[in-house]
Design a protein around this ligand. Structure first.
Ligand SMILES: Cc1cc2nc3c(=O)[nH]c(=O)nc-3n(C[C@H](O)[C@H](O)[C@H](O)COP(=O)(O)OP(=O)(O)OC[C@H]3O[C@@H](n4cnc5c(N)ncnc54)[C@H](O)[C@@H]3O)c2cc1C
Length: 452
């Protein structure tokens, strides 16, 4: 069922809790297929919001194919930089180990810009969005699902979509997932934004700022890596400084266990500069120029938790269902894929009244679970590949990456659902597996009544 405005035979009313990337994408898809959609969102506003996480997002073809299906091709490219190769740099001197060419282009933009275009499209297609709002409770029975909002209003939709992120309160409203919380993995990412004017000051940093041209750099080093790119429309250079050995933060001078919120403002720049002092001159210069950044401790939910309530009236998507370490730029992409698959399945149920929400829930879990499992295994392998200590394995990686690819296995990294048993990075086959996925086609091709 294509995501084009459709008159349904049966119209579902849907409440989406959480108007982030996944929630807004789902709201647009559901509305396009003729459903009545209300989004409940904690943030006060979408446009002109300041502060918040200073985050850039990498979006690959599997994600932007969904965004195009939602009618976002033009606005997306207004805000995104595109590229077709990745430059892998050595940490100690910044030399380019390899330029890896990709068949499918990738796009990079700022999170707030993606939210902005999703919000504007949702309003355009007729989604009701209630900001500065949350819910007190959800009552989920065989007869109905009832959402009691904090403001006192009660909603009684056919379906609730829980898209309220890693700390999901909707998840806690489902008996079988009520005790599940996301646990820190010990990885941490520091997000740094450097203005174009600062980048221009030194030749080593000016060389990194390439508007509209190969803007994607991977600087790999022992136990750490930096992923960085230009966001032209914001005149920024964005760095995601990933420490796979953060643990309790001892390398940053923390004496006690780190119990800070997962996302916080970080100002101890001397500690950051010390920890990253073995990286090349351009990186050291950028850290010298930075006074404040966002610290993001990574947390994960278990993969085997259910994503739908027993009544099938509550469905979890995005980080509420499954979180990812951000080492392949796939978390938001998975939220967008979830949203698209769910929208297409609901579209089919709204055209075929013999299909129930239970059929949709079964189809959703059957389609999404193997995919999410495999992508998570791949992400974990990436961390192992990027963070190799100098030595034989690292030299092998540097020789083979971008050609035959490079596999890691053992040491707990060959996980359930891993990409073809081993996890590879930078092969055409691996890219095709991740980026060649077409969520609309998968959902439209699903045969109801058959185990997925
Ligand atoms: C450092 C870092 C870098 C990343 N880089 C990338 C990348 O390059 N590419 C990529 O694809 N992914 C990336 N990700 C992953 C991506 O950020 C997440 O997977 C994505 O944001 C999940 O989207 P979501 O809509 O499920 O949740 P969120 O984006 O967390 O949205 C949840 C929304 O729900 C709202 N909300 C929460 N609680 C309530 C409530 N009780 N009531 C009402 N509203 C509520 C929140 O305000 C928010 O708007 C990265 C993650 C990290 C940590």
């Amino acid at each position: 069922m294509p995501l084009t405005p459709t008159e349904p035979k049966k119209r579902f009313s849907v409440v989406v809790i959480g108007g982030g990337i996944g929630g807004l994408a789902a709201a647009i898809g559901l509305r396009l297929s003729g459903q009545t959609v209300t989004v409940i969102e904690l943030r006060e506003k979408y446009l002109g919001q300041t502060g918040g996480a200073r985050q850039g997002l990498n979006q690959t073809a599997n994600s932007y194919t969904c965004l195009y299906a939602l009618g976002l091709e033009e606005p997306f490219h207004k805000f995104a930089d595109n590229g077709d190769h990745i430059k892998m740099r050595r940490y100690s001197d910044g030399t380019v180990i390899k330029a890896i060419h990709k068949k499918k282009r990738y796009s990079k933009l700022h999170r707030e810009d993606l939210l902005r275009i999703l919000y504007e499209r949702a309003v355009e297609v007729g989604v009701e969005i209630i900001t500065n709002e949350t819910f007190e409770s959800i009552e989920d029975t065989q007869q109905h699902v009832r959402v009691q909002l904090q403001s006192g209003r009660t909603l009684q939709p056919d379906l609730v979509v829980g898209a309220d992120g890693v700390h999901s309160k909707v998840r806690k409203s489902i008996p079988s997932t009520k005790d599940i919380t996301a646990s820190p993995t010990g990885d941490c990412v520091f997000l740094v934004n450097v203005p174009k004017s600062v980048m221009a000051k030194q030749p080593s940093t000016a060389a990194l700022y390439k508007s509209g041209e190969d803007p994607f750099h991977f600087t790999v080093g022992p136990g750490r890596c930096i992923v960085s790119w230009t966001i032209t429309i914001r005149e920024l250079y964005h760095l995601q400084i990933c420490d796979f050995q953060y643990g309790d933060g001892k390398a940053y001078g923390l004496a006690e266990k780190d119990d800070s919120p997962l996302v916080s403002t970080f100002t101890d720049m001397p500690a950051l500069r010390k920890r990253w002092g073995d990286f090349d001159e351009a990186i050291r210069t950028l850290l010298d120029e930075t006074d404040v950044c966002t610290k993001w401790r990574i947390a994960e939910t278990p993969l085997d938790m259910p994503w739908c309530s027993p009544t099938s009236r509550i469905v979890l998507i995005g980080d509420a269902a499954h979180t990812f370490e951000p080492f392949a730029g796939q978390g938001a992409s998975m939220a967008i894929e979830d949203a698209t698959v769910l929208s297409c399945l609901i579209a089919r149920a709204s055209q075929d009244p013999s299909l129930t929400l239970a059929d949709v829930a079964t189809a959703y879990e059957s389609l999404r679970r193997p995919r999410v499992d495999a992508i998570r295994a791949m992400v974990k392998a990436n961390a192992a590949i990027f963070g190799l200590a100098d030595g034989e394995k690292q030299a092998e990686r540097d020789r083979n990456i971008g050609g035959e690819g490079f596999s890691v296995g053992g040491e707990g990294r060959e996980e359930k659902g891993a990409y073809q048993g081993t996890a590879k990075w930078s092969t055409e086959e691996a890219y095709e597996f991740t980026e060649g996925y077409d969520a609309v086609k998968e959902a439209d091709g699903y045969v109801f009544g058959r185990e997925g």
